[in-house]
Write a protein that binds this ligand. Sequence first.
Ligand code: CAA
Length: 446
Amino acid sequence: MTNAVGIDELSVYVPRLFLPAAGEFSTSRGIDPAKLIHGIGIERMAVPDAHEDAATMAAMSLLDLMRRANLRPEDIGKIYVGTESAVDEAKAIGTYVIGMLEQIYGKGSFQDCQTVEFKSACISTTQALEALSYSVAADEDGRAGIAIASDVAKYPLRSPGEYTQGAGSVSLLIKKNPRLVALEQIYGTFTRDENDFFRPIGDVTAVVNGKHSNQCYLDAMQGAFDAFARKARDKGIIKPEGGYCVTDFCAHLLFHIPYPRMVEYASAAIFRHDWRGLPRWKDIEAEVGPEPQAEACESAGQFQEADADFAKRFARSKQFLQAFSTKVKDTTIISRQVGNIYTGSIYLGLASLIESQKILPGERLCFGAYGSGCSALVFSGIVQSCATDVPLRQICKKLEERVQISLKDYEKLHEGKMEKSIIPPSEEFALVKIDNQGYRHYNYAN
Ligand code: CAA
């Protein structure tokens, strides 16, 4: 692909504190640790320290990205930040981020750079990436775009969402002739008004209708996948025939990861949908039993029950387990150690594949982003020939070096009652004060 636009570099920031799912936390909440580790898929939750918020984490991942890619502020035309943990109702988080970066690169060094905050729950960074892909392709001013995801995933203490929490930021460098992934510029979308997950103004934690949110995710993903498949066929980019289907042309499927098990539910729904009617479907039904048909059921409720039961059996079929293990499972490596980082979680999936060296030049990656409320966006990209030459980030090693905190400290941090940082800030951006007008003051601590 000549002059393609895509992801040239990626950088991840995760707070240095973590709380293990098994141990004090599972005991105090009366939950079998096996449920958290296997049923949900979480081993550790990243916890932001007292001096951290979505803005400091965004500044940290951006600083790392700039250093890794040898970027100067004048090389960057746009910094779009996706977040649902905004630090202000009006002021764009990117202005705080630029303020922090200018402490390193000099006052005014980013004044020629645009910044916009994207809010659309967990899909916002992907929408930012899509917008940047068009403006970078149009070569508006020849400069690169940066999409930053930064979030603190926070639910009420002792709620079922609590064990999916996490925090972190991912920065993506969007350029022409990218070194990592060239986007194929096919975007399949789905949008519907839903009450699955939202955070009313003034609330610090999300309101979530848990099981309903899972169903909204699956419905939206399927809708966006169909739109993507249609466009890919129309453009002649993916032409499945002779017993093949769209997912056969994708080496990896990267879904939004609110918790790792959700990726298993999502991929089972998409493979089932994509494989139905193909010659292989006969073998699957022979193995797990026939797929229930609505017309044959006495009521909608009976069909729902039979369908949920079939979904579980399908997820244990040989063909699904094989596809899941080669195309999906490895996207959750980092998320298991971090938890949900909302809008950046799908890119933790990309980082997981890159850091574990699971992607190869020429492979097609199919991304399925989801944002509550709700929307999904499915798009694809091709791994570039020099992708495997880009130095790794040692993310897993850094995650191992984090500091474990007690349940008591976690709860104090959660409730905003921790006055001092557990680890005093060093070589990082820190929130030092919120003044009496509500303006936030950040410093780079040497
Ligand atoms: N050992 C092993 N597994 C066990 C177990 C045990 N002792 N006990 C239970 N499990 C398994 C269950 O069988 C189940 O697995 P299967 O689906 O294969 O049967 C799994 O653990 C999950 O258990 P539950 O169904 O009981 O789930 P839950 O009541 O704990 O709630 C949740 C899960 C609804 C996701 C809840 O954590 C929640 O509300 N989370 C926040 C919302 C969320 O993440 N929604 C996802 C879609 S929305 C989105 O994606 C946007 C976003 O980022 C928020």
